[in-house]
Design a protein around this ligand. Structure first.
Ligand code: AKG
Ligand code: FE2
Length: 229
């Protein structure tokens, strides 16, 4: 495995199964396969697909809960009147709380629907707006995410399986960009070409109350530079 912490989650024994790989390539990246059960995925997708309030962003469509998102500035937007995250998220939030009990409550959920052939340009999630842990779940179809170390320009592709959790913290949160390239297929590590399918992602973030980032990468941080992508 290419990433620092690879977690294979089973229901009986979550925490003990966290393994540290020797091949440290993307510090701070955690991937947990099968975090979401088949049944939970089905329920979430049913709710997501019955929602009518989608907003178009580039070639994808998005939904926001808790806070809106300012795509012009790449920052957190305004507090939404209903601050509660949708109740279909509860099983995932409860599981997260068991695995990472000291992690603060997530306040913002972005749901994105990526039609085949679409993606998201390289970016870092805004340092000053959002907290140190960003989580993204992949539903319906897998995708290759491209990570780039902004100091060395090293690029690493990671396959995000369907029903997995990805967490970005530390280096990968603050000093690497991530992107989903807009294309119709992905080249896998084993040389196989995998056709893309429509993908739903659920991104969870905390919001920095004072909108101030105190990360250890001042030269890459939007507190010093404009991060608009
Ligand atoms: O689609 C994803 O999994 C990630 C989306 C993302 O990077 C973002 O919303 O900032
Ligand atoms: Fe992101």
């Amino acid at each position: 495995m290419m990433f620092i912490e690879y977690v294979n989650l089973t229901y009986n024994n979550f925490i003990n199964q966290i393994k540290n790989s020797d091949k440290v390539e993307i510090p701070g990246l955690i991937l947990i396969e099968d975090f979401i059960t088949v049944k939970q995925e089905k329920n979430i997708l049913q709710h997501v697909y019955s929602t009518k309030s989608w907003i178009p962003v580039q070639d994808r469509i998005v939904l926001h809960y808790g806070y809106s998102f300012n795509y012009d500035l790449n920052e957190v937007g305004t507090k939404l009147s209903n601050l509660e995250l949708p109740s279909y998220m509860n099983p995932l939030l409860e599981k997260l709380n068991k695995l990472f009990p000291s992690m603060p409550k997530f306040e913002q959920l972005t749901i994105q629907l990526y039609p085949v052939g679409t993606g998201i340009p390289p970016h870092m999630d805004h340092h000053s707006s959002f907290g140190p842990n960003v989580i993204a779940f992949s539903l319906e179809n897998p995708v290759i995410m491209e990570f780039k170390n902004l100091k060395t320009d090293k690029v690493v592709n990671i396959d995000l399986p369907r029903r997995s959790l990805m967490m970005l913290k530390d280096d990968v949160r603050y000093a690497w960009s991530h992107a989903v390239r807009a294309r119709k297929s992905d080249l896998l590590e084993n040389g196989q070409v995998r056709e893309r399918g429509q993908r739903i992602s659920l991104t969870l973030r905390t919001v920095n109350p004072d909108r101030i980032c105190k990360c250890s990468w001042p030269e890459l941080c939007d507190r010093n530079i404009n991060s608009k992508s």
